[in-house]
Ligand binder design. Structure first.
Ligand code: ADP
Ligand code: MG
Length: 240
């Protein structure tokens, strides 16, 4: 594991893939401000596998949701590749999310009435990909994550680890350059969780994708991560 608290660039003059500058996020809860992020500046090079470590409430999900374009910062700027997220209107954000970002959540968020294949094909449906291509691409990626024999199973007929594999396949089916995983092992036992982390690491290695994984348990990612960002109470902390 290499831990670099300083700016991470790839040594060339090209811009880092992700750059945030002075990002704050303040939520309001019953009129009371909650300062979830208090000025986050970071750069991440293309193709890195980065862990975001911090206890519950430190701002991990907030960072990932901002990078996914699901939420706006209160202050500061966020750029991913050549998209300055602050400048995008609603349709620009939708396009950004569909083309650039794959998201994996702790709670899987699969559609219970759909088969594994239909769940994975769903983002392609939303992007207007024709039915035959949707079906074949969904099947191919499910095979890649080791679920070639579970294509027609519904979520309730799958184990937790299998459901998270389906969710990972769904995040990858549009071939996004950025994969964001928010405590992807939080609902899994340690052994199954470590297989999911192995899968994310493989996806990173084989496709040269930028992968960010939030976790409150740094031990599960430190063997794979190029870099770990430590978050404490909405700010970056020195490595512990
Ligand atoms: P983590 O993912 O590390 O647990 P979060 O980013 O979810 O942290 O939350 C950071 C802080 O912001 C916490 O204090 C949390 O309670 C608060 N928070 C998160 N989302 C909201 C929201 N939608 N409304 C109000 N407060 C929120
Ligand atoms: Mg969270």
């Amino acid at each position: 594991m290499v831990d670099m608290a300083t700016a991470d660039t790839n040594g060339s003059s090209s811009l880092p893939f992700i750059a945030t500058k002075g990002v704050t996020k303040t939520y309001r809860r019953g009129g009371v401000p909650v300062h979830a992020l208090k000025g986050l500046s970071l750069t991440i090079s293309q193709g890195r596998f980065v862990g975001i470590e911090g206890p519950s409430g430190s701002g991990k999900s907030t960072v990932l949701h901002l990078l996914a374009g699901l939420n706006h910062p209160s202050e500061g700027t966020i750029r991913v590749d050549d998209c300055v997220l602050n400048d995008l209107d609603a349709s620009g954000r939708t396009r950004y999310r569909r083309s650039m970002v794959g998201l994996v959540f702790q709670q899987f968020h699969l559609v219970p009435t759909m088969t594994a294949r239909e769940n994975v094909a769903l983002p392609l449906l939303l992007s207007g990909v024709p039915p035959n291509e949707r079906t074949s691409r969904a099947a191919a990626i499910l095979k890649k994550v080791g679920l070639g024999r579970r294509l027609e199973h519904r979520p309730a007929e799958l184990s937790g680890g299998e459901q998270q594999r389906v969710a990972t396949a769904r995040a990858l089916v549009g071939d996004p350059p950025l994969l964001l995983a928010d405590e992807p092992t939080g609902n899994l036992d340690a052994e199954t969780g470590s297989k999911i982390i192995d899968l994310l690491a493989r996806v990173h290695r084989e496709q040269d994708r930028t992968v960010l994984v939030a976790t409150h348990h740094v031990g599960e990612i430190e063997h794979h991560a190029d870099r770990i960002l430590h978050l404490r109470d909405g700010v970056r902390a020195a490595p512990t």
